[in-house]
Design a binder for this molecule. Structure first.
Ligand code: SF4
Ligand code: SF4
Length: 281
C-alpha cells in the first residue's frame, strides 16, 4: 500500500507525520520526495547503503545535420528550443527541458537530434532497523523536481507498505508524488492559512479521484476550524495531534512526534489501520 503524506503549505509538520507513520508500520519504507529540501533523514537517521545519480535524456542538436526546419521548436511546449531560421542557428535551454522526447520524435532528419543523459539529482537508499529509506536530492539549478520524483518511484518495491513524503504546496511535483498512491494523507494546521491551503490540496486529490483523509497537527482544544470544514465536506479526520512546546522542541532536535507524545506509536498505527479499513471497504 502506498500512502502519500502531503500538505497544501510548508510548516504544517508534514515530515514529522510522514516519518512517524513510517516508523509505526512494520517493515515499511519511507520515501522523501521533498527533493528540493529533503529532511526526513534528520529524523530517521538511516544508514545509507547506496547513492547514485538519476539522469534523464535531453536533446543535443547536431547542426551539421539539422536543416533548421523548426519542427522541434514548434513541438516543444516548454520553449526549450529556439531555431533561428534566417541565420541557421539552433539554441537549446536545458533548464527549461522536461525530457519528454517530443523534439527527437518529430525531427524529420535522422541523427539531427541525439538524446544524451543529463543528471537531475541523486537518489540515496538505505534503512534503519526493519525500515527502508530512500530520498532524492535535486541538483542545484534544476527547474523542476518532477523528473527526479518520477525517477525515484521506479525504485519503490511493489510489495511493501510505503509512506511517501511529498513536497509542500499544490504544484506539479506534488501531483507527481501523489499519483499512483492508494491513499493521500493531508496534514494541516488549524489556522485560516492552513485551512485555505488544505482546501487547495483537497481540490487536487478530488480531481485525481484519490481517497484521502486529514491529520490536524498543532490541534488546540476549542479550535474547530478544520473539523467544521471536514464535517461540511464529508472528509475523515484520522487524527488530531495536540499543539505542544515539547513536540516543537523535540522536532528541532530531530525527534519525530511519534517518539514524543504518549501512545504515539498507537496513534500512528491507528491512522494506518483506519486507512487500511477504509481501502478494504
Ligand atoms: S526538427 Fe530536426 S532538423 Fe528540424 S530544426 Fe529541429 S533539429 Fe533541426
Ligand atoms: S525533450 Fe521535450 S521539453 Fe526537452 S526540448 Fe525536447 S520537446 Fe522540449
Amino acid at each position: 500500500m502506498w500512502i502519500t503524506v502531503a500538505s497544501g503549505k510548508g510548516g504544517t509538520g508534514k515530515t514529522t507525520v510522514a516519518v512517524s507513520l513510517a516508523l509505526s508500520v512494520k517493515n515499511a519504507m519511507y520515501v522523501d520526495a521533498d527533493v528540493e529540501e529533503p529532511d526526513g533523514a534528520l529524523f530517521i537517521k538511516p544508514v545509507i547503503k547506496e547513492t547514485f545519480p538519476y539522469t534523464e535524456p535531453i536533446p543535443k542538436i547536431h547542426t551539421d545535420k539539422c536543416i533548421f526546419c523548426g519542427k522541434c521548436a514548434d513541438a516543444c511546449v516548454y520553449k526549450a528550443i529556439a531555431i533561428l531560421k534566417p541565420i541557421r542557428k539552433a539554441m537549446f535551454f536545458p533548464e527549461l527541458c522536461h525530457s519528454c522526447g517530443l523534439c527527437a520524435y518529430v525531427c524529420p532528419v535522422k541523427g539531427a537530434i541525439e538524446e544524451v543523459p543529463k543528471e537531475k539529482g541523486k537518489i540515496r537508499k538505505g534503512g534503519k532497523d526493519s525500515h527502508k529509506f530512500m530520498e532524492g536530492i535535486l541538483n542545484i539549478g534544476e527547474a523542476s523536481a518532477t523528473p527526479l520524483i518520477r525517477g525515484m518511484k521506479k525504485y519503490i518495491p511493489k510489495d511493501m507498505d510505503v509512506i511517501i513524503d511529498a513536497p509542500p504546496g499544490t504544484s506539479c511535483p506534488v501531483v507527481e508524488s501523489v499519483e499512483d498512491s492508494d491513499f493521500v494523507l493531508l496534514v494541516t494546521e488549524p489556522t485560516p492559512f492552513g485551512l485555505n491551503d488544505l482546501e487547495l490540496a483537497v481540490q487536487i486529490v478530488r480531481k485525481m479521484k484519490l481517497p484521502f483523509g486529514i491529520v490536524v497537527n498543532k490541534h488546540e482544544k476549542n479550535n474547530n476550524l478544520v473539523r467544521t470544514y471536514a464535517n461540511k465536506e464529508g472528509i475523515d479526520i484520522l487524527a488530531e495531534i495536540p499543539f505542544s512546546k515539547e513536540i516543537a522542541e523535540a522536532y528541532s532536535r530531530g525527534i519525530p512526534v511519534v517518539n514524543v507524545i504518549p501512545n504515539g506509536k498507537e496513534l500512528f498505527a491507528n491512522i494506518f489501520r483506519k486507512i487500511k479499513e477504509r481501502l478494504n471497504e
